[in-house]
Ligand binder design. Structure first.
Ligand code: NAI
Length: 646
């Protein structure tokens, strides 16, 4: 039975029971339609309470049905019938009411909830919009200003806020079903359903502001603006036309490439957190984390762990470096407090859970130590040799190395079963990707623990085999090489950057180099040349030799005004590069995009063939969460697959 029925006096209590999330699949919808008729026909029933079994009220539509044409009865039809019922329906919301689940509740005449429930319409994150009246009924219940962020900007509500807005009739403490039944039994007449309530147009200025804000945050994705348009349509043309337009938009977007890409990533992200081979392996308790190195990465990693509630000890070489590292982390908490993201008590608590030590002895009690010292094999080897002797035998030792083989870091000093690569991305407190790099000996509990930690940190963990640069930096090298190949063919670098921005990247490959600084890879190449290796002159070398090291020197591929990170055309850079590339031979933006995303996919295919990545989806997660590949396009492997199997 997908929906069970019980009686409590004159109130029928319907429980949607469709594990794991009570998704509104065809069977549930059909049963609800049947139950509307049954409860209407039974004169002994005066009201209906609708609730969910398990943890959620209703998690939404059934995504498994999304790739097929909609089956009758559709959700709008179910909701229309509930709304038209002569007896009041009361949604009793104990846990998340999301997407179609919230729309179902909006179709009921009343809503009550437990204090901890969450309500939201996250459809736009999957590339479509609510398709069963959410964009029409919510504004009529709570007003346009409150409804637009929920519908188009992923604003999730808790019970308290939902009640203040007028979305909930009542918050019930204690037994929700009992409270909902009492509430329903006391109802004397039917209030007008949401779709029949009046709605005032907030005026053109409101719409313009909302459009600008939502359009900017959407980064090229279509769904958020379409959601706003759907709300507006219902305001300007009335509920009938609003519902028709909403459904039409929903069906069109659900069939779009964008939605296919976003649903693919959604599934991949969930799968990434629970690798099949680690099911049933219990993660270890981790409470205290050591971070060795308080530089760019160490400070961000320390903040990421503190933000997730783990206590952190930072280790540095000397007191000055330690103070600097701790100061960087504290400044991050202060910035979060200033921006209103955390309370001052929370900021204080985060500072209090962070301590530091000079040398490694202070890390002896840690459950996990993440090493983020210089990218230098000898330095890393010395750190691991000391940690191996110092830390408890069950403590996990992780390295954040970008390129060095972790087997070489521990060879002859530490047993590999407790060692793993945890490769964070800069800034580590923000970027979601963590490459997890097991050694051949890494034990399953150690691996299960770092995957579990990644989940606690809100990260997306992707397992990588061992190779130069692991998955992400190895692909990045190929991408950069392809951009340079285009450059050498005479394609102006500003055109290359503009094409990739047009595709959805925040910046193009050369702008990215300016941001990261051109000097580090230049110095690496110079060091290799000094060792007698034959390293050809890269375009970036010419710029560095001219003193152009990127934004930090005010000049790189572009010029930068002091305090302004926006790139401006540089005649000097153009002249330097022309010496290498000759006359301009521009090509269409699509050709540039094709070449560069093709390079990503080609290296991805090689990585798959070598078994470095376990699946194409893992490669796409790396690109989207670590390297700025536009989310709405799924990833290079997804794109390649869609081209080959349209
Ligand atoms: P960094 O130079 O900013 O910081 C390294 C810190 O380690 C310095 O503060 C230094 O004083 C400290 N240190 C060196 N030896 C130490 C020791 N024996 N004990 C305690 N502290 C010591 O370097 P960054 O950029 O933070 O890189 C660290 C590691 O993270 C490297 O392996 C790098 O390849 C990797 N990585 C860097 C990324 C980046 O974007 N910068 C991204 C991902 C990984």
């Amino acid at each position: 039975m997908t929906v069970t029925v019980e009686r409590s006096g004159s109130v029928a209590v319907l429980t949607i029971d469709n594990p794991p999330v009570n998704a509104l699949n065809t069977a549930v919808r059909a049963r609800l339609v049947g139950l509307v008729a049954e409860t209407e026909a039974d004169p002994s029933i005066t009201a209906v309470v609708l609730r969910g079994a398990g943890k959620l009220f209703v998690g939404g539509a059934d995504l498994a049905e999304f790739d097929r044409p909609p089956e009758e009865p559709t959700l709008p039809e179910v909701i229309r019938r509930i709304e038209a019922a002569g007896k009041p329906w009361v949604a009793a919301i104990h846990g998340p009411a999301l997407g179609g689940g919230l729309e179902l509740a909006l179709g009921c005449h009343h809503r009550v909830a437990l204090p901890g429930a969450t309500l939201g319409l996250p459809e736009v994150t999957l590339g479509f919009i609510p398709g069963a009246g959410g964009t029409q009924r919510l504004p009529r219940l709570v007003g346009i200003e409150a409804a637009v962020p929920v519908i188009a900007e992923r604003d999730m509500l808790d019970s308290a806020r939902a009640a203040r807005m007028g979305l909930l009739d009542r918050i019930i403490e204690g037994d929700l079903t009992e409270g909902a039944v009492a509430f329903a039994a006391a109802l004397t007449d039917c209030v007008p359903p949401a779709s029949q309530r009046p709605l005032a147009d907030p005026g053109v200025e409101f719409w313009d502001r909302a459009e600008a804000r939502i359009g900017k945050a959407a980064k090229g994705a279509a769904a958020p603006l379409a959601a706003l348009r759907a709300v507006r349509q219902g305001v300007e043309q009335g509920i009938r036309e609003g519902l028709r337009h909403e459904r039409e938009t929903f069906l069109a977007l659900k069939a779009s490439e964008e939605s296919a890409a976003l649903r693919y990533l959604f599934r991949a992200e969930r799968a990434a957190l629970r690798p099949a081979d680690l099911r049933g392996v219990a993660p270890r308790e981790i409470g205290l984390v050591g971070v060795v190195g308080g530089g760019t990465m160490g400070s961000g990693i320390a903040a990421a762990f503190r933000n997730a509630g783990l206590r952190v000890v930072m280790s540095e070489r000397d007191a000055t470096a330690l103070e600097k590292g701790l100061g960087t982390v504290r400044a991050l908490f202060e910035a979060a407090e200033r921006r209103g993201l955390i309370t001052s008590e929370e900021a204080e608590a985060r500072r209090a859970g962070l301590s530091g030590c000079v040398g490694l002895e202070g890390l002896a009690d840690c459950d996990l130590v993440v090493e983020a010292v210089f990218e230098d094999l000898a330095v890393k080897r010395a750190v691991f040799a000391d940690l191996g002797g110092l830390c408890r035998a069950d403590a996990i030792l992780a390295t954040n190395t970008s390129y060095i083989d972790p087997r070489g870091i521990v060879a002859g000093s530490v047993s590999g079963d407790r060692v793993v690569g945890m490769h964070f991305f800069s800034p580590a407190q923000i970027m979601k990707l963590v490459e997890i790099i097991p050694l051949p000996e890494t034990s399953a509990p150690v691996l299960a623990t770092v995957f579990d930690l990644a989940r606690r940190l809100g990260k997306v963990p992707v397992r990588s085999g061992i190779c130069e640069g692991f998955i992400g930096n190895r692909i990045l090298r190929r991408y950069r090489a392809e951009a340079e190949a285009l450059l050498r063919e005479g394609v102006p670098f500003a055109d290359i950057d503009a094409a990739m921005r047009g595709f959805g990247y925040a910046m193009g490959p050369f702008e990215m180099q300016d941001m990261a600084g051109l000097d580090i890879s230049f110095l690496n190449r110079e060091a290799a040349r000094a060792r007698g290796e034959d390293v050809p002159e890269a375009p970036g070398d010419l710029l560095v030799r001219a003193g152009r090291k990127g934004i930090k020197t005010g000049a790189g591929w572009y010029d930068y005004a002091p305090g302004d990170r926006s790139p401006r055309h540089s005649t000097e850079a153009a002249r330097i590069i022309a010496a290498l590339a000759g006359a301009d031979r521009p090509v269409a933006a699509e050709v540039i995009v094709e070449r560069l995303t093709g390079a990503l996919a080609a290296e991805g295919a090689a990585i798959l063939a070598e078994g470095i990545a376990a699946s194409p989806a893992d490669i796409d997660l790396v690109q989207v969460h670590g390297y700025g590949f536009p989310r709405a396009r799924g990833g290079p492997m997804f794109q390649k697959d869609r081209k080959q199997n349209p």
